[in-house]
Write a protein that binds this ligand. Structure first.
Ligand code: SF4
Ligand code: SF4
Length: 272
């Protein structure tokens, strides 16, 4: 396929993803993605045993296993507005156990997009799970390279339009698609950083990662001031605070986990 056709296809895919319900989308080549900060640093960091990580035989935690034949990634993002907190409440009972409304929406978009790509363009798709140990990748890095936004000092993807209030999913494809980003966007410059004092665990209290130690300038939360163990401590607390919630269309109340979003909701970008 010519460069012109590759560019055109990437644009068509982005438009179609948004027709299927994504608020933002973009594309990135796997070769670019392999050299992104999280994919580079993950092998150098101590093994993380936090919430959501799992042991998988033959796999080192945190290291991505790229599927054979994958050449590019499509990133989709869905807005997670403060007015819809239920979008990422984790259901712990009934048929939806282990899922969220946001996940279900993104699975729906990804499924429609993959079916369309395979039928209309003969492009093979690899739908990825969330966790790296189960075949996922570092989605925030993919989103940055695809031009959806930049990493902020709260260690989240910050988009110009939605700030950090986004949820991400990625599909890999065997098509060689053009990388659609990154964009020039520095939201944290001159910001008084309300995200840092908002953290109930003081996860932004000190520098954990340095360029000297890890051999790269791009660090978690941009400057290494982020303690994922403290954030994980809050997740453990959140999981111990399961609440029963009953919606009008449900017979029985559901038991839900509401994970902390304080550093996300404190960020002013995209909120006006
Ligand atoms: S609150 Fe300010 S410093 Fe924190 S992520 Fe948002 S823009 Fe960056
Ligand atoms: S999610 Fe909550 S606990 Fe984790 S870093 Fe953000 S504010 Fe702190």
């Amino acid at each position: 396929m010519s460069d012109k056709n590759i560019n055109e296809l990437a644009r068509i895919i982005q438009n179609r993803a948004q027709q299927f319900g994504a608020d933002l989308s973009g594309t990135v080549s796997i070769e670019d993605l392999k050299h992104s900060p999280s994919h580079e640093i993950s092998g150098k960091m101590p093994v993380f045993n936090g919430v959501g990580t799992k042991d998988v035989e033959g796999r080192k935690r945190g290291i991505v296993k790229w599927p054979d034949g994958a050449r590019s990634a499509i990133v989709i993002a869905v807005e997670h507005s403060p007015e819809k907190p239920e979008m990422d409440w984790w259901v712990t009972t009934g048929a939806s156990t282990g899922n969220t409304a946001g996940n279900r929406l993104m699975i729906h978009i990804v499924s429609k997009l993959a079916a369309w790509l395979e039928k209309e363009h003969g492009i093979k798709c690899f739908k990825l799970p969330y966790h790296v140990e189960h075949g996922g990748i570092y989605m925030k890095d993919a989103a940055v390279l695809a031009g959806l936004g930049s990493i902020g000092k709260n260690n989240l993807l910050i988009s110009p339009r939605y700030g950090p209030r986004l949820r991400l999913r990625v599909i890999l494809t065997d098509a060689a698609l053009q990388t659609s980003g990154p964009i020039e966007f520095a939201p944290c410059e001159n910001c008084p950083m309300p995200c840092h004092p908002a953290c109930p665990q003081d996860a932004f209290a000190r520098q954990i990662y340095s360029a000297e130690k890890y051999g790269q300038e791009e660090l978690p939360a941009t400057n290494g001031i982020y303690d994922r163990l403290r954030c994980n401590q809050q997740m453990i607390i959140d999981e111990s605070n399961i609440r029963e919630v009953k919606n009008s269309n449900q017979e029985k109340p559901q038991k839900l986990i509401k994970y902390c979003r304080e550093c996300e909701l404190a960020c002013p970008v995209g909120s006006v």
